[in-house]
Design a protein around this ligand. Structure first.
Ligand code: SF4
Length: 292
């Protein structure tokens, strides 16, 4: 889904992210390749807030699995805030250019973000985390043994029509009634593609954990509102997802110069430059087509 979203937004940015930056970590990398690799890892402040919440949720659940109970709420919130403060300082210092450290696109491009906006971002992350800690689903998760939980927020893959597809569902568990619940925590606004994403996770879960359609539920938990949206799980809905995914994969592959070797040329990926897209693009500093 993230590949498809990037490809639709701007094929040139997609090329930079997945092909142009490849090998940028090597000591003798071409300077442009290296720069693309550094820029690709930048994140926006909103995505950073979401990642911080997700990492803290994963940590809290791992703690509960290991120690039998969740850490105290204050400790959980403080842990996330401490980590965000440290990452903010590192990003502002530019450390991400030279070593493994968080880099925010706002710092990289010297964007003007006032203190109120930074504080709002911290507060948004904090309130999403509190909403998770107070959510009814957390009580349902705790009501069953951790043996009914599936790996938390870890990268896995499955085969979709012959293509390796990577997934990282936030959480899945068998609830007290035996249903397999696939959970995705969202910290941003609702997007149409959220339902598509969870259908991909459902296909993965059914294959990986051997569940049937009737016993599987997909849930989107919007933590900032807070609200829960349940994805319809029917043969038709999953088949529609499968067809859309297949068309999307074919559209991306059709641009490759050597499909089997996964080789791409920059010229085959047009730039869809608009002020709003380029203004949010990680690559605006090196892209010749940028109108930011
Ligand atoms: S700067 Fe604009 S045109 Fe260039 S890759 Fe980014 S979005 Fe595309």
């Amino acid at each position: 889904m993230s590949r498809a979203r990037k490809f639709q937004t701007c094929p040139r940015a997609y090329y930079f992210h997945y092909y142009g930056s490849w090998g940028g970590w090597k000591r003798n990398a071409d300077p442009r390749v290296r720069e693309l690799w550094i820029l690709k890892k930048l994140t926006s402040r909103w995505a950073w807030a979401g990642t911080s919440v997700h990492e803290t949720i994963a940590w809290a659940l791992e703690q509960a699995k290991e120690k039998g109970d969740l850490p105290p709420i204050d400790e959980t919130i403080e842990r996330m805030q401490r980590s965000m403060r440290q990452e903010f300082r590192e990003s502002r210092s530019g450390a991400w250019r030279f070593r493994r450290a968080l880099g925010l696109v706002e710092h990289a491009y010297d964007e003007h973000v006032d203190d109120v906006a930074w504080r709002d971002n911290f507060e948004h992350a904090r309130s999403c985390l509190i909403n998770f800690l107070e959510s009814p689903v957390l009580k349902e998760i705790q009501a069953v043994s951790p043996e009914s939980w599936h790996p938390i927020d870890s990268l896995d893959s499955f085969t979709l029509d012959g293509f390796t597809t990577y997934v990282a569902p936030d959480f899945a568990f068998r609830d007290e009634s035996g249903r397999l619940r696939i959970i995705d925590w969202k910290t941003g606004a609702r997007r149409d593609s959220d339902l598509e994403q969870i259908r991909g996770y459902i296909l993965f879960a059914m294959e990986k954990w051997g569940a049937t359609i009737s016993e599987t539920l997909g849930e989107l938990h919007y933590l900032s509102e807070p609200d829960v949206v349940r994805a319809e799980v029917t043969t038709e809905a999953l088949e529609a997802f499968r067809q859309e995914a297949k068309a999307s994969i074919e559209a991306m592959r059709s641009r490759l110069s050597h499909i089997e070797e996964n080789v791409a040329e920059e010229g085959a990926f047009e730039a869809k430059a608009t002020p709003s897209k380029c203004g949010r693009c990680n690559f605006r500093g090196v892209c010749e087509q940028s109108v930011a």
